[in-house]
Design a protein around this ligand. Structure first.
Ligand code: GRF
Length: 190
């Protein structure tokens, strides 16, 4: 059995796409973890029959309970999908090369602390970039700085608003993130 833990703070549409893709594999199970008790991802998880757990800041950064939970569940791969907290060093070190994130822009542009959601797309439009896209990367102790696994670009149109650009980027995310997760699972040792 291979176990994938998906961390999400909000809507969880990427989480849902990944869960649906992996549902075709009986030897893979998903778990959802969220730092927000009101995150819509929890409703998605319930609908999809995926176990979910909400955790506090203390459990994530101080007591090590989130790390202990991942280890107790024998998690093989950690997938961040719209998860807004910085992953603490002990967790990064416990899962070397096994934590991935998706960022809705072409890193290193428009990344770093506080750059998420509509803020990213607003920044892309404000700087006049002609293209944006997605970056799927390994996670290290800094926001958005781990080694890049895959980048895919899309055009930025003169008529774009943050919402229209976000929609175009989301389509790229749904097309690529589940596929990269499958690729990483295929590469896991053992
Ligand atoms: C996505 O755009 C992702 O790139 C970013 O946060 C957003 C999450 O959207 N990290 P959703 O919760 O998956 O709908």
């Amino acid at each position: 059995m291979t176990t994938v833990a998906i961390f999400a703070s909000g809507s969880g549409s990427n989480a849902e796409q990944i869960i649906r893709r992996l549902a075709a594999r009986p030897q893979v199970r998903c778990l959802v973890l969220s730092n927000r008790p009101d995150a819509y991802v929890l409703e998605r998880a319930a609908r999809l029959g995926v176990p979910a757990r909400v955790f506090t800041r203390e459990e994530f950064y101080q007591t090590g309970q989130v790390l202990a939970y991942l280890q107790a569940q024998a998690v093989d791969l950690v997938v961040l999908a719209g998860f807004l907290w910085l992953v603490p060093a002990p967790l990064v070190q416990a899962f070397p090369g096994r934590i991935v994130n998706i960022h809705p822009a072409l890193l290193p542009r428009h990344g770093g602390k506080g750059m998420y959601g509509a803020k990213v797309h607003t920044a892309v439009l404000a700087t006049g970039d002609r293209q944006s896209g997605i970056t799927i990367h390994y996670v290290n102790e800094q926001y958005d700085e781990g080694q890049i696994i895959r980048q895919v670009a899309c055009p930025v149109l003169p008529t774009d608003t943050p919402d229209t650009l976000a929609a175009r980027v989301h389509e790229l995310e749904y097309a690529h993130y589940p596929q990269v997760v499958e690729q990483l699972l295929a590469q896991l040792p053992g």
